[in-house]
Design a protein around this ligand. Structure first.
Ligand code: SAH
Length: 216
């Protein structure tokens, strides 16, 4: 699989589309412009569409998120260099790559074995080295907590308590909350060990955050 001038031109346009939709963080836009999104999509027949602002199937019934959504969630996190970020739902690794490009240290969890195995090999193959875990995102990673930022990339029926506990005071979590492909994006700021500010940032559509590890 290769990256061409054509792909580079297409993703420059994608960054412009995402900017027009309201994303202004320069580092985030630069990440969209530099990451070869087509390589994250396993079905090569879809590569010609990879720089449209749309989600695409990545196998195991999952999708690579829409670039605007990835950019939106990343912008909400206000990433500073070397922030420790917990990501729930590694999937294709595209969001992981965006977080790495904007300077975060990323710890990412995926519950589907097949996706975990593929992305664990794929990300280093294009130069992204980070900590990937096969496990249940509802539990987070207590051994590596606390985190400066937490991002959930699947629709959660509720805000998992374990994740709130693993957020640093002053930290930010972004999570789409709601059932059946209809979620409200929430920005949660941890004010003290037991108080949180929650802001609603509008409607989005995600695949569901599932319970238990998958056995495939
Ligand atoms: N960030 C991904 C989006 C993938 S879609 C990308 O850019 O490609 C959401 C992902 O969350 C899927 O890969 C799905 O398998 C995973 N997921 C669902 N429930 C989970 C859970 N409880 N723990 C960890 N990952 C989960």
């Amino acid at each position: 699989m290769t990256d061409t001038y054509r792909h580079k031109g297409q993703r420059k346009q994608l960054a412009e589309i995402v900017a027009k939709k309201g994303i202004s963080n320069e580092a985030v836009l630069k990440a969209i412009e530099s990451i070869p999104r087509h390589l994250f999509i396993p079905d090569t027949a879809l590569h010609k569409y990879a720089y449209e602002d749309k989600p695409f199937p990545i196998g195991s019934g999952q999708t690579i998120s829409q670039p605007y959504t990835v950019a939106f969630q990343t912008e909400v996190l206000e990433i500073e260099k070397r922030d420790k970020v917990l990501e729930i739902g590694t999937g294709s690794g595209y969001q992981t790559a965006v977080l790495l490009e904007v300077g975060a240290k990323v710890f990412s969890i995926e519950r589907q074995r097949a996706l975990f195995d593929r992305t664990k090999d794929f990300l280093p193959s294009i130069g992204y080295n980070t900590k990937l875990f096969y496990g249940d995102g509802y539990a987070g990673l207590p051994a590596y907590a606390p985190f400066d930022k937490i991002i959930v990339t699947a629709g959660a029926p509720y805000i998992p308590k374990d994740l709130l506990a693993q957020l640093k005071v002053g930290g930010i979590m972004v999570i789409p909350v709601g059932e059946d492909g209809d979620q409200i994006m929430k920005k949660i700021t941890k004010k003290s060990e037991d108080s949180f500010e929650i802001e609603d940032l509008g409607a989005f559509r995600f695949v569901p955050l599932l319970k238990e590890k998958a056995n495939d």
